[in-house]
Design a protein around this ligand. Structure first.
Ligand code: UT7
Length: 368
């Protein structure tokens, strides 16, 4: 009998910045209310990082490695999904490889925005199935507040910072990623754009406020997200030979509670099978699913051999789904004592540079 080699999650961890931006704080920055934000998005607070993306990723990585009972040197591939890498070259993954001392790991970054973790899961699962890698550390890490305009109420209420990590290991026991679906629509990509952090335009304009912020058509993205994730989950389940009733837990990208509710209602997944942590983290892009997955395991929402569906939608536009059978172990082998350094600044102090940078844009708009 041929035993299929699959990629199974054996370690999980997350890193959340200690400083929170609450809806009450946002009421002091833009014309909004806690009631509006909770009703339209399900978000109450989001993390604002006082450290760099590498620091967030490093803590999440140590926690996932400890949960898997592995050392950084055991890893043979390190992939970081992010749209906010700390620098362009070396990649965020190489930067992190150095920090972790994961000297035996190949390393690269992957940009599929909010779908980055699912694209990453499909990629590393294929590489494990092909025998290219045995033990992979996949990380989603974002410092989104860097590109957020805290004068724009339609975007700044949604996004937060954080990192989530998972260890994928080769398994021949029947557990692991059973099927994946990934897709993209570059034409619709202009509904969600971060112009800078690339080489487009004049060198002298690279730090123009209008180019340095997220441009976002919320309603258009909303509708495409609902249809995109529903279709992607159906295709991935079909490929796995499973139906919606076989699913034990859906871990969706935490973009907006109303998007998640619409997708799962259309699929026929009951609320008790849907993992949510958006209220306390907001949308952390590529970090959102691994952060929710870590919470799901730690809260006992995943049992041995559970069928777990991860699904996401995001900038690009991109979408993706993985269907996996969890392994036998749902307890962490060990816990890491690595922590972020403490922060002595208030959230308003952390956002002061951002506000100062984007202020001229809004003065110009008010004058025109
Ligand atoms: O990661 C995948 C990417 N997807 C996403 O991140 C989410 C995509 N979209 C969304 O989450 C939602 O479309 C939003 C939360 C951005 C907006 O929610 P909505 O229900 O689609 O609101 P809307 O854009 O239809 O706006 C309704 C009203 C407007 O006022 P008028 O024109 O009716 O007077 C907005 O100006 O709500 C106003 N509004 C706000 N009011 C208070 C927009 N943002 C705010 C705000 N506070 N923060």
């Amino acid at each position: 009998m041929i035993v299929k080699r699959r990629a199974s999650i054996t370690g999980w961890g997350k890193c959340v910045p200690p400083v929170k931006l609450t809806n009450d704080d946002l009421e002091q920055l833009v014309d909004t209310t806690d009631e509006w934000i909770v009703a339209r998005t399900g978000i109450s607070e989001r993390g604002i990082s006082h450290v760099e993306v590498t620091d967030l990723a490093e803590v999440a990585a140590h926690r996932a490695l400890a949960a898997a009972g592995l050392e950084p040197t055991d890893i043979d591939l390190l992939v970081v999904a992010t749209v906010t890498p700390e620098i362009t070259c070396p990649s965020q993954a190489c930067y992190l490889q150095e920090r972790l001392g994961a000297v035996n790991a190949a390393a690269f970054d992957l940009n599929a925005a909010c779908s980055g973790w699912v694209y990453g899961s499909a990629t590393v699962a294929s590489m494990i199935e092909a025998g290219i890698a045995d033990r992979v550390l996949l990380i989603g890490a974002e410092k989104l507040h860097f590109v957020m305009d805290y004068y724009d109420r339609e975007q700044c209420i949604l996004f937060g910072d954080g990192a989530g990590a998972g260890v994928y290991e080769a398994s021949t026991a029947g557990d692991g990623v059973l099927a994946s679906d990934i897709g993209a629509d570059g034409v619709a990509g202009r509904t969600m754009v971060i112009p800078t952090l690339g080489t487009a335009g004049e060198l002298s304009q690279r730090r123009e406020p209008s180019d340095a912020r997220l441009h976002f058509e919320g309603q258009a993205v909303f509708k495409l997200a609902v249809r995109g994730m529903e279709g992607s989950v159906r295709r991935a389940l079909d490929r796995a030979g499973l139906g919606v009733d076989d699913v034990d837990l859906v871990v969706p990208h935490q973009a907006n509670l109303r998007i998640i509710n619409s997708v799962t209602r259309r699929l026929g997944v009951p609320p008790e099978k849907v993992m949510l942590n958006i209220a306390t983290h907001g949308n952390t892009s590529a970090a959102s699913i691994p952060m929710a997955l870590a919470d799901a395991v730690d809260q006992g929402r995943i049992e041995p051999n559970s069928i777990v569906v991860q699904t996401a939608f995001g900038g690009g536009l991109t979408w993706g789904t993985t269907v996996m059978r969890w392994g036998d172990r749902v307890e962490a082998i060990a816990k890491s004592d690595v922590e972020l350094p403490p922060c002595d600044k208030s959230v308003f102090e952390l956002l002061a540079d951002n506000r100062a940078f984007f202020a001229p844009l809004h003065q110009e708009q008010a004058e025109n």
